[in-house]
Design a protein around this ligand. Structure first.
Ligand code: SR1
Ligand code: MG
Length: 403
């Protein structure tokens, strides 16, 4: 048995790192900084300047950091994150940080230091283009979703994985913050007063709520593949040559379209915020074009890789029924559009906004972008059944967002 859980501080994290086998030389004088800027956890960056070695220690707190101790939260999320990262390292090597150690008692994971990378959301706010992003994310999505699914695993293996990744408290956050609270006057909501009219009209939109209810049910009931569960642009770190997916603490078995949709939503939130950030019309137009191309290429790369994996690995005779793979892909696309819509609306109305919009200091500029996000979000949910290709999705998004 290890020691009872204790939240680390900068000193105790160094002591912990010193005890890790084979990571730092014995005589190392370690430097440490707590760099966590997410909603939930502590993140320590520990460096030995003499040897140049460094690691990240990520530790879960028994509450949501963004709210405080009044919002208790399971430490089991650290186990989920560590185990998901181990599987991702097998299925999508090179696209996630390496894991050096996991400690269940202390709810922490010791992993590769990615400080030469930048959080994708920050990069996109700075209008940087990442040439590998679409292909790397296509590969990550195709491989992790395919290899965790019924299509690659035996029924017994699949059910064991579902059990391993039962993650009720983290799912509960998503069920509330993404699929419920934004659709009524909930206490957790927090939005720009300049868009109250648009938000109230969403609260009254019964047709929209019916569609969101269907998506919520799919999220809760369709255990199709191991999802990252929170795949926004803050969960991806990038350089021009490298893409790493981090933070799978929300991982659980759900519908494949949820991860694809999360990524799309965050591309589209960047798209609608572009006019509010400094830059001339040509810069804005051309960065939007890059976002559009990236979002589309991400899907086409995902689809072609997923089809290739299917051809190579699927053995169940029922899965090989003509047309079934097309049905699976079609459903992932339409689900992804709907989930993207929900994820856009929650970032405008609910708790946990995104910096793409929040960093727009002028409230009326911000309101303009937020209204576009709501319009795009609604259309993706309501019209998803008319969308049959990524081109259809992007045409819809851009026709509304470029208004
Ligand atoms: C209290 S957690 C709020 C949000 O942060 C995470 O990144 C998830 O998106 C969650 O909904
Ligand atoms: Mg996170």
């Amino acid at each position: 048995m290890g020691e009872a859980y204790q939240a680390l501080n900068e000193q105790t994290a160094v002591n912990y790192a010193r005890r890790l086998e084979g990571v730092f030389p014995e005589e190392a004088v370690l430097e440490n900084r707590e760099i966590g800027d997410g909603n939930l956890n502590l993140v320590f960056h520990i460096v030995d300047p003499a040897s140049g070695r460094s690691v990240i220690i990520k530790q879960a707190l028994p509450y949501a950091r963004v709210v405080g101790e009044s919002w208790p939260l399971t430490l089991d999320r650290a186990r989920i994150e560590g185990e998901a990262l181990q599987l991702y390292n097998q299925w999508a090597p090179g696209l996630v940080p390496k894991v050096f150690a996991s400690d269940r008692e202390q709810a922490l994971t010791v992993m590769e230091d990615l400080s030469d990378h930048i959080i994708l959301r920050k990069g996109m706010i700075g209008r940087t283009r990442y040439p590998r992003l679409a292909e790397d994310m296509a590969a990550f999505l195709a491989r992790t979703l395919f290899f965790s699914s019924e299509y690659a695993l035996t029924p017994a293996e699949k059910k064991a994985r579902v059990r391993q990744f039962i993650n009720p408290e983290m799912c509960d956050i998503t069920e509330k913050l993404v699929f419920t609270d934004p659709y009524y006057d909930a206490e957790t909501n927090s939005f720009n007063p300049l868009i109250r009219e648009e938000v109230e009209s969403i609260w009254k939109n019964e047709g929209l709520k019916r569609e969101v209810a269907q998506l919520k049910e799919a999220f809760m009931a369709r255990a199709q593949a191991l999802l990252h569960g929170d795949l926004h642009t803050g969960s991806i770190m990038v350089t021009a040559e490298s893409t790493k997916v981090i933070d799978p603490e929300f991982a659980f078995y759900g519908p494949m379209g949820f991860d694809v949709g999360a990524l799309w939503a965050n591309f589209f939130l960047s798209y609608v915020s572009q006019e509010g950030h400094p830059g001339d019309a040509e810069e804005i137009r051309s960065y939007r074009e890059w976002i559009r191309d990236t979002a589309e290429a991400m899907w086409t790369g995902f689809e072609s890789r997923f089809r290739a994996l299917w051809q190579e690995h699927v053995t169940d005779p029922m899965w090989t029924a003509p047309g079934f793979l097309d049905d699976v892909i079609h459903q992932v696309l339409q689900d992804a559009a709907g989930f993207a819509g929900c994820k856009m609306m929650r970032r405008v109305i609910g708790l946990a906004p995104v910096a793409d919009l929040e960093s727009l200091e002028d409230a009326s500029e911000r309101a303009k972008a937020e209204k576009l996000a709501l319009e795009v979000g609604k259309a993706l949910v309501l019209r998803r059944r008319n969308l049959h290709s990524a081109e259809d999705v992007l045409r819809l998004v851009c026709s509304i967002a470029s208004k």
